[in-house]
Design a protein around this ligand. Structure first.
Ligand code: SF4
Length: 399
């Protein structure tokens, strides 16, 4: 069940203060997935709760990361969507009919992308229409048997609760009436060549996206008193076949992804609790202030992470958090062992720097606080010397 509530004024004020003039981000599937990768980091958790767009806060500094789609990919996506909708959605009807074993030739297509304001009020209205139509068509409390003809909701909007705040998610299409079920569809413009996607990561992200919609669709049905099992465990991806734009449909079971996303959603920190626990000094305001010199902005970022703490994991941070270059640079400057990730950092308790790791590896005497890590480091150093003799030793051996 969803649990929409607005933050109390104190909580809302605290979050606005934390965000300051930092660009705001709307919760969407991509951001949820990115946050899932870094959710153990306190700085990332506060930024997510305050809806800070981490990919844009450091814009204009050398630590800004190059996130975003290429203009070419965006153009291809727009062209592919237009192709699917051309001539009364003829191509979309064709691929749904061919791929779902249900005749969509005369299906009613309800386009929810048109006739609504392109803002939050419009999304809320579309979510209401989506919910009503899903319940009516799939078989509402009155117990109708479902639609006589299949129906497609183009641009369905699903409401969700993310950490205690309402959010809206827009699905490309919902095909209703496929064997009495509803199936979510996502359109992606990257090609599938000879049956294989050219980008496995993009495929995984698209399936996660569609699985999120399926989960939210189930909750929407349940809220309306309709059996959530009406929402299919499988989703469809509509992609171009090979190098052209001719659409083809791929149906995939995403039951395990739905379960994982359910766990993820329940792990999102509660906005109210995060706001209450965030010290009053924490704000991204100066970090995002383009009028300030870069050094001042990066110092302000350092102050935020000093107060909140961070859990740096190279792989997930670099792909999922817009602060990764700034965090990596700060750790690099301090030669902090955390630069190598939390697993390595945990294995080096009491060791202040990577330079000290090297010294202990070469047998330097350890202080009491370094002692637990010093023994394995010295052993590793000896092993390394045996396996990788220095250039001088190698020369002596080959002479
Ligand atoms: S990049 Fe920095 S702020 Fe972002 S998740 Fe990693 S450690 Fe946390």
């Amino acid at each position: 069940m969803t649990r929409h509530h607005q933050p109390d004024p104190a909580g809302a004020n605290a979050l606005a203060r934390v965000r300051g003039q930092a660009p705001q981000a709307r919760a969407n599937v991509r951001r949820l997935a990115a946050f899932a990768s870094v959710h153990s980091c306190p700085t990332a958790a506060v930024a997510f709760a305050a809806r800070v767009d981490t990919s844009r806060v450091l814009a204009g500094t050398s630590m800004e990361m190059p996130f975003g789609q290429s203009p070419f990919a965006i153009g291809r996506g727009v062209a592919f969507e237009a192709l699917l909708r051309r001539y009364g959605h003829a191509e979309l009807r064709r691929v749904l009919t061919a791929g779902l074993d249900t005749d969509f030739t005369f299906a009613a297509i309800e386009n929810l992308r048109e006739g609504y304001q392109p803002n939050r009020a419009g999304l809320r209205m579309r979510a209401t229409v989506t919910r009503t139509r899903m319940a009516e068509i799939a078989g509402g409390p009155a117990g109708s048997a479902g639609p006589a003809e299949p129906v497609v909701l183009d641009g369905a909007v699903l409401a969700a609760d993310i950490g205690g705040l309402p959010a809206f998610f827009e699905a490309d299409e919902m095909a209703i009436g496929v064997g009495g079920q509803i199936i979510v569809g996502e359109n992606k413009s990257w090609p599938v060549v000879d049956g294989k996607p050219t980008d496995e990561d993009a495929l995984g992200a698209a399936l996660d996206q569609a699985a999120t919609y399926a989960l939210l669709g189930r909750r929407t049905l349940a809220d309306s008193g309709v059996d959530p099992a009406c929402m299919s465990d499988s989703v469809v991806l509509v992609t171009p076949r090979n190098t052209g734009l001719a659409p083809s449909l791929h149906r995939q079971d995403v039951a395990s992804r739905i379960r994982r996303i359910e766990r993820l959603l329940s792990a999102v920190p509660d906005v109210q609790e995060t706001a209450a626990a965030t010290p009053a000094s924490v704000t991204f305001d100066a970090v995002a202030d383009k009028a300030l010199p870069e050094t001042v902005r990066l110092e302000a970022f350092g102050e935020v992470t000093d107060v909140l703490g961070r859990v740096y994991e190279p792989a997930s941070c670099l792909t999922s958090c817009g602060f990764a270059w700034a965090c990596r640079q700060a750790l690099f400057s301090d030669a902090d062992p955390a630069l190598l990730g939390s697993t390595v950092a945990r294995a080096l308790p009491g060791i202040a720097s990577l330079g000290r790791v090297a010294e202990l590896g070469q047998g330097a005497p350890a202080s009491p606080v370094e002692a637990p890590a010093a023994v394995p480091l010295a052993r590793a150093g000896r092993l390394y010397s045996e396996v990788m003799p220095t250039a001088g030793e190698q020369g002596r051996r080959s002479a």
